[in-house]
Design a protein around this ligand. Structure first.
Ligand code: AMP
Length: 581
């Protein structure tokens, strides 16, 4: 393995790298740095997040910038503001001893006037998001005629996010004589088209290993039914007292749903998705980085550029639609030399998504069992004991009270005392998990017989007269709810109306989604209805409707409320806010 000095980097740069604790170049750095230092050929690099690609393209550029010339010589385009800021920050760190080098990061959502002022004062490297970069070019404030380097970072993501037109506009105003460096985790035809249009005989390099930390990541899956997905997530968080994780969801709506359930259940969690303003996103990310949040529930795109090295787990609450996204997600754990765990919570229907991912990552998922209530309690209990052992006792502050404490506790034995102290912290946990069910395995098939207490039964004013059959009704439900993965239980089609059952967690959503819907010009009426008498027999114990069986073996019992509140978030008593973070 070579050293940074072997790659031809200057002393100023290698000193800065030493300060950052970079000892050896990563594979992509080993290949890219000498290439860009010694040749003007365009470069097409296969590289993912976490491979060290930022240094791979920035270091040789920093070294070659003409410091006597204050015009823009390099432009680095990145898909998100967060990633752009991260790159800008990295360049400042790398050029700490390269006197006279100026870098500016430009992005939407912050004052364009300030950015223009900085440009006027002279900068040599601009890092920007495509939208703001185009804006500055159009205002004639960002001039690219002296550009020597163009970097397209995460090119696939920029195209995914709809920046094709912006990229075209930017690339068209750059001079012919320049070096273009394109970094992408995947090479779909859109990225190849950009490479073909704007690059000349590019040299291709590959980071070798797909991810610097990939070897250190183990991949696990937990098979549960749809209704147990959320309880499984909570158990995974609870069984790991030091849980610090990103929970990936597929849609913004799901992200908001899961985060609000976690918050309502007392976890230090928040959501990161595209509906938040930039300022709100910044606040959430900062809190997560500072570990004031333990769980960040995020969409793939929103989590881009969030640089956190010490996640204990990445959770795929739902597996992504594109297998590439799984590698991006799992690459966020196992970084900085640490071990990482990437977990997929899956239902039976999603089992077939594992194979293509295994092919892509070259590793097998290991099936794991969702921990039982007892296991969770044991883990938490021992963590608590450790905390007691390690607590920093402030003698001078505690001592003045000791005498009266001792006298109050007189007559209480050592054993009794320990029991009592532990119970203060722990009683709530024990009662959460007392009698908790085994939630492993997808039992949805056995529950499809109807009348299950985990389903809510609805009436709809559509029936055989409207030429409705079960398949048609399922289609209407999925379309109206804009979701294809909600569990639908028994369906009964009658002459002018029908009944259908839906996972009770979606009760609210069904009611609100159907509110202004019509069918054949007639307004649709959908209401929660009771279980029919005819079906409530059959030897199975059934509840009237919306039974509130939960993760805890049904101890909570039926609330009797016909309100649509809750949305399934609170399926256990509120947990005391963790003080761990
Ligand atoms: P990147 O792929 O550029 O986002 O880098 C991923 C992480 O690896 C960042 O936290 C970098 O600071 C770190 N990193 C990059 N190169 C090295 C290196 N040669 N040695 C140690 N850490 C590195």
């Amino acid at each position: 393995m070579s050293l940074f000095t072997d790659l031809g980097l200057s002393q100023e740069i290698t000193r800065a790298l030493e300060d950052l604790g970079y000892e050896q170049p990563t594979p992509i750095q080993e290949k890219s740095i000498p290439q860009v230092l010694s040749s003007k050929a365009d470069l097409k690099a296969f590289a993912q997040t976490g491979t060290g690609k930022t240094a791979a393209f920035s270091l040789p550029i920093i070294q070659q910038i003409d410091l006597d010339n204050s015009s823009v010589q390099a432009i680095i385009l990145s898909p998100t503001r967060e990633l752009a800021i991260q790159i800008g920050k990295n360049i400042e760190e790398f050029s700490k001893y390269t006197k006279g080098l100026k870098v500016l990061t430009v992005y939407g959502g912050s004052s364009i006037d300030d950015q223009i002022k900085r440009l006027k004062r002279g900068v040599q490297i601009v890092v920007g998001t495509p939208g703001r970069t185009v804006d500055l070019i159009k205002r004639n404030q960002l001039k690219l005629k002296n550009i020597h380097w163009v970097v397209l970072d995460e090119a696939d993501e920029m195209l995914n996010m709809g920046f094709k037109e912006d990229l075209d506009q930017i690339l068209e105003v750059t001079p012919k004589e320049k070096q273009t460096l394109l970094f992408s985790a995947t090479f779909p035809k859109e990225v190849d088209a950009i490479a073909k249009n704007y690059m000349h005989k590019p040299v291709e390099i590959n980071a070798g290993k797909k991810n610097a930390g990939a070897d250190k990541v183990s991949h696990e899956y937990y098979l549960v039914s749809e209704r147990n997905r959320y309880p499984a997530l909570k158990r995974l968080a609870d069984v790991h007292p030091d849980f610090y994780s990103i929970v990936f969801c597929r849609t913004r709506r799901e992200t908001k749903d899961v985060a609000s359930k976690l918050i309502a259940d007392g976890y230090n969690a928040d959501a990161l998705h595209g509906d938040l303003s930039q300022a709100q996103r910044d606040i959430v990310m900062e809190k997560f980085r500072k570990r004031q949040l333990q769980i960040l529930v995020a969409t793939d795109v929103a989590a881009r550029g969030l640089d956190v090295d010490d996640l204990t787990h990445v959770i795929n609450y739902k597996l992504p639609d594109q297998t590439e996204n799984y590698t991006h997600r799992s690459g966020r754990t196992g970084r900085a030399g640490k071990k990482g765990i990437s977990i997929a919570i899956i239902s039976n229907k999603e089992k077939n998504k594992l194979k293509p991912i295994e092919n892509k990552i070259g590793k097998k998922f290991v099936a794991q069992q969702v921990p039982s209530g007892k296991e969770i309690c044991e883990k938490q209990l021992f963590k608590l004991i450790e905390k007691v052992k390690d607590v920093n006792v402030k003698d001078d502050q505690i001592n003045p009270y000791l005498e009266s404490i001792y006298s109050q506790l007189e007559g209480v034995s050592r054993e009794d005392l320990i029991q009592r102290f532990v119970s203060i912290e722990f009683n709530q946990f024990l009662s959460y998990y007392e009698d908790a069910n085994d939630i492993n395995g997808d039992d949805s098939k056995s529950r499809k017989t109807g009348g299950d207490e985990n389903f809510t039964r609805f009436y709809i004013n559509l029936g055989k007269m409207d030429k409705i059959n079960p398949a048609k009704l399922i289609g209407i439900i999925n379309e109206t709810l804009d979701k294809g993965d909600i569990e639908i239980g028994q369906i009964e089609i009658l002459k002018s109306f029908s009944f259908f059952e839906i996972d009770k967690n979606y009760e609210n959503q069904v009611i609100s989604s159907f509110q202004n819907e019509s069918f054949g010009g007639r307004s649709l009426i959908v209401e929660v209805t009771k279980q029919s008498k005819q079906r409530s027999g059959g030897g199975r114990k059934r509840k009237s409707f919306g039974g509130n069986r939960n993760d805890f073996g049904g101890r909570k019992g039926f609330s009797g409320k016909k309100s649509y509140s809750g949305g399934g978030g609170n399926d256990r008593p509120k947990r005391k806010k963790s003080k761990r973070y």
